[in-house]
Design a protein around this ligand. Sequence first.
Ligand SMILES: C[S@@+](CC[C@H](N)C(=O)[O-])C[C@H]1O[C@@H](n2cnc3c(N)ncnc32)[C@H](O)[C@@H]1O
Length: 248
Amino acid sequence: MTLFPEMCQAVYNDALFNIASNKGLMEYHVHNIRDYSHDRHRTVDDYTFGGGAGMLMKPEPIFEAVEDVLSDKKEGEEIPIILMTPQGKKLSHAMVREFSCYDRLVIICGHYEGFDERVREHLVTHEVSIGDYVLSGGELPALVLCDAISRLVPGVLGSDESAQTDSYADGLLEYPQYTRPPEYRGWKVPDILLSGDHGKVDKWRRKESLRRTMQRRPDLLEGISLSKQDLKLIEEIKEENPELQDLI
Ligand SMILES: C[S@@+](CC[C@H](N)C(=O)[O-])C[C@H]1O[C@@H](n2cnc3c(N)ncnc32)[C@H](O)[C@@H]1O
């Protein structure tokens, strides 16, 4: 649900979204909130009661747009109605995974100074932020959310791309990766990756994933269960990187 449908449609017509819809795995429908305005000027915003700078999105067009689109909702069907707002819960992999389990989602994009509070109170089920900064509209945040969800839908990514090894999928950051050439300007790819020994490669990747997470996002380690093998690797990493000694 947006006041700028062309902006969303342009992105949906391209890249991952196009592939997902051509494969019949996803459908993206863009609805213009302005189509639900009540006057011939197609007004969707108004001044704030109590004064203050900027305009607010009026409640009626948003409520009616959502109700119209969900008029075919079946009894018992659960459909998250997501408001994109910098005041929402910060988007995470866990939230994306949860949203990817639903058959249908409604995403509402704001503009101007935001929404009449009754939209939050009586219409939406989730409020989502893409980070602690303010953008001028909810379209880019909504597309970020849609992209992240689409990648988790089985079949959307090609067989040589995998969402399973991406950062956050198993709670850790992804290990470093290399492609050809094996040596560039004297910088060599680690020998183990060229060895053809899959067992050793897997172990190296796990260790580097742990190392990278310890170095960049130690907070992530608190939320995951580590195997005995992981704990052994962590001890090795601590010996190799004394600055990480105090972690865990
Ligand atoms: C200029 S912002 C309004 C900000 C609002 N006055 C506030 O302080 O919370 C306009 C719209 O952009 C979207 N938006 C801006 N930043 C966002 C963020 N970090 N995450 C999600 N949506 C955002 C929301 O839909 C918001 O209603």
